[in-house]
Design a protein around this ligand. Structure first.
Ligand code: ZN
Length: 437
């Protein structure tokens, strides 16, 4: 299925969409959008461009928004989707997921990742942040799918003898894959969480991340139990503890941040860390509701993620936006919290910042990388259509996605997948899943 590097960059015209250039500003109705190679060249009023195009995509009745960034996931966990529902995080991981993960092979992870990538493309995701194992296969799948990704080997080292081999593998992955797939794949170092890695791991990873100029990706303050355990052992919160260990000396992408206080928010903000809000996973595992509006008010960059499909059910970031916004309002006790525009910003520009690509992605402007999603507004749930951004966040469906572009390359047009054979992926995953029942 692997077709080699993509070099056939094209001149593409997207005819007629309403363009949300950036959440909260810059809406161009009935536009013509020109993509030249990897970048947006022009966004002008309909009929304002002429010339030759390699491909013309019909965007009439559609909305064009910046590419959605899923800032925390475990792609291959699609293979465990629907297994062991309705359990607490500790029981879910310890009794159901970890024993099955021991049985996973490289081939499982490859096909499970392709399933996750296809699902993401179908719902408008253009970039993702992943942490897992058999990461060579994850990276190969990302390369073939054509998405953009920040990938990392998840280090689990609660005992001293695991530290050496785990760090070695994480480092090897960074060395071999950073900057590959025409620059679409970047890497990170990923100690799994404060309770699954010894202090020495954090020290060494912070040092290695500084040397390799890569970020650290981890789970942080996901459950009350984690916070209690670290408080009992270290007499401080997990965030304070990681700061003391030097972890925040590099850019940090911290998934969840459900159980954090004012001081933790100050630490995250002071170091320019990203907190990745994964509301569906937090709800399904009953972890709690993250203080998203408080983090934003405190100056923290908040991005959105789904987490793995086994804990979230699906990898649909459009659905995640609505849940995030609604939950933030309930948590804050005021409907102004996480407005529609801010929610879309969390799913786009703030995700781009998490990737370290805030100046390249996250808005639709000439010169920016051409990552974008064309969303049909023909569904009844977009009628009458006063404000397409508001309708997208509060009424949009993943199935409204019509086309997806990454680096100027179309990955999905009129609902047709251009880089992946989804029927083959479905068949392989069904077959492989029999061993995990
Ligand atoms: Zn996770």
């Amino acid at each position: 299925m692997f077709s080699g590097p993509y070099t056939a960059f094209m001149r593409i015209l997207i005819r007629g969409p309403t363009v949300i250039q950036r959440p909260g500003g810059g809406v161009v109705p009935h536009a013509d959008v020109v993509i030249e190679g990897r970048r947006y060249e022009a966004i002008v009023s309909r009929g304002g461009v002429d010339g030759e195009f390699d491909r013309v995509v019909n965007g009439e009745g559609c909305l064009l928004v910046p590419g959605l960034v899923n800032a925390h996931t475990h792609l291959a966990m699609t293979l465990f989707r629907g297994l062991a529902p309705d359990l607490s995080l500790d029981r879910w991981l310890g009794e159901e997921i970890w024993p099955r993960e021991k049985k996973l092979t490289a081939k499982d992870v490859y096909w499970g990742s392709l399933l996750g990538l296809a699902e993401m493309i179908g719902c408008g995701t253009t970039a993702l942040v992943d942490m897992y194992f058999f990461m060579d296969e994850v990276a190969q799948a990302v390369e073939e799918a054509g998405l953009r990704a920040l990938l990392s080997y998840g280090i689990i080292a609660p005992t001293p003898h695991q530290i050496g081999p785990e760090i070695q593998e994480a480092e090897r992955f960074v060395r071999e894959w950073d900057g590959t797939a025409e620059g679409r794949i970047r890497t990170a170092l990923a100690p799994h969480s404060p309770t699954t890695c010894l202090p020495e791991v954090w020290h060494r990873i912070a040092e290695l991340a500084r040397e390799a100029h890569v970020p650290i990706h981890t789970h942080l303050a996901e459950t009350a139990t984690e916070v209690e355990q670290i408080r009992a052992e270290q007499k401080k919160s997990p965030t304070e503890w990681l700061e003391e260990l030097g972890v925040f000396s590099v850019p940090v992408i911290a998934a969840h941040c459900v159980h954090i206080g004012e001081k933790d928010i100050e630490i995250l903000a002071a170091h320019g860390a990203t907190s990745v809000h994964c509301p569906t996973s937090n709800l399904k595992l009953a972890c709690g509701i993250a203080p998203v509006q408080e983090m934003l008010d405190g100056g923290v960059n908040v991005a959105l993620g789904t987490d793995g499909a086994a804990s979230a059910g699906d990898l649909n970031l459009i659905e995640e936006m609505r849940i995030a916004s609604l939950l933030a309002k309930v948590r804050a006790g005021r409907p102004e919290a996480l407005s529609a525009a801010e929610t879309l910003r969390c799913a786009t520009a703030r995700g781009a910042t998490a990737l370290g690509l805030g100046k390249e992605l996250g808005t639709i402007e000439p010169g920016r990388r051409a990552d974008g999603v064309l969303i049909s507004m023909r569904g009844l749930h977009f009628c009458p259509g006063y404000d397409p951004l508001v309708d997208l966040v509060y009424a949009g469906q993943g199935s409204d996605v019509e086309a997806v572009f990454v680096d100027g390359r179309p990955l999905l047009v009129e609902g047709e997948f251009l880089t992946l054979d989804v029927e083959e992926i479905r068949g392989r995953c069904r077959q492989l899943s029999r061993r995990f029942r």
